[in-house]
Design a binder for this molecule. Sequence first.
Ligand code: PLP
Length: 402
Amino acid sequence: MDKDFNVSGWSSLAIHAGHEENDVQAHLTPIYASSTFVYDSAEQGMRRFSGEEKGYIYSRWGNPTFSEAERKIEAMETFGLNMEVKGILHASGMAAISTVLLATLKSGDKVLSHYSLYGGTEELTQQLLPGFGIERIIMDLRDLNKSEDAMKNDSAIKLLYIETPANPTIQCVDIEELSKLARKYNIKVVVDNTFATPYLQQPFKYDVDFVIHSTTKFLNGHGTAIGGILLGKDLELMNTRVKKTHKMLGGNTSPFDAFLLTQGMKTLELRMKRHCYNAMEIASYLSAHTAVEKVNYNGLASHPDFEIAQKQMKHAGAMLSFELKKGLAGGIHFMNRLKMCVRTVSLGTVDTLLSHPASMTHYGVGKEERKKYGITDGLIRMNVGIENLEDIIKDLEQSLDI
Ligand SMILES: Cc1ncc(COP(=O)(O)O)c(C=O)c1O
C-alpha cells in the first residue's frame, strides 16, 4: 500500500498496514529464517551497529518478518488516534510483560494492580518480582477513591498495571479514570489488552504509556503460535531502555510465529464481529437455561462492569463464564458431553473453547481460595468461537442435559 494512501476501514488497515515490498517481490513477506544479517563492508557493519544506517543485525534484535507484525499492531492500536507508538514483538505475552516490568521498575518500587489478573502475571508479580525488591499492591481498581488513596499515599508506586477485561473473571476497570489518576501522581500505566484486542478497545486513547498483548490469543486467532507484543508511546524510552531490556532478556519471537500472526491478524475485524455477535447470543441463551445459575458477560446489563465495558469497548468481546447449578459434578458431566466445542484452557481462537477451572486450571487451589476469585465449583469459562451459532447452541443444549 502506498504511504500516502490513508485507509478508512479496519480490515483494510489490518490487511495492508506494515507490509513492505521485499527483494524478490513475493506477495507475502517471507519467513526470514535467519539468525543474522550480513554487511557489504566493515564500514556498513559499523554504520548498522552505531544506528547511523537502518538495517537488521541479529534476529534477537529484529527481523523483517517480525517488523510486518509489529507495524500492523502499532497501526491497529493507534487507528484514528493521530499518534505514533513503537511495538516490539516477543516470544509470548509473558515475555512482553517481563520486559515492561523490568524496564520500568527497580528495587524499592511498587506496582499497583487489580486483584483479578491472568495467573502467569499473578505469579510473576507475586513470586519473582519480590526477589528483585519490587512489591505488588493488590486492590479492587474499580473503586476509584481507594485507588487514588493508594497512589497518593505511597510514592513508591511507579507503575499501574491494568488488565481489562481480566482473565479469568472478565471484570473490567476504567482505563480513562485510572489513567488520569496515575498521571496526577506521576505513575506509568500498562494495559494488557489481550481479551479486547485493538479492534474492540484502544487504551492509548486514554493516554496510557504501554499496551501489551498475548498475541497467542485473538490477534493470531487460530491457536497456531505463542507470541506477545509490548507497545509504548514514549518512542525515546522504547528505543533505548525498553529495547535494551528486551534484547538482554532474549524474549524474541520466531520468524515462523510472526508470519502466522501476520496472516491471522488480517481477519481480525471479521472474526471479532462474529465472536461478539455469537457471544451475546450465547449469553442470552444461557441466561434463560434452567441448568444455569448465573452468566457473567460484560454485554449483559446485569453484569457489574457493564457500564465500563460499554464506555471503553466497541462490543463486549468473546469471553464469558457461567455457573452450573449442579456444581462440580455438573461441571464435569457437562464438559464430558461436549461433541463439537473443544475442552481446553486457551482462548482467542476461531473455535469455541470451554474450560472448567475447578477440575482443570484451578484443580489444586483450595475451594475457599478459589471462591475469592469468583471461581465456584460449577463455573465454566467459554471462548465463544465463530462457528455457526446454531451449532454452538446445539452442542451446549445436549451437554447441558444434566
Ligand atoms: C490476559 C492475558 N495476558 C497474558 C497472557 C500470557 O500470554 P502467553 O501465554 O502468550 O505468554 C495470557 C495468557 O493466557 C492472558 O490471558
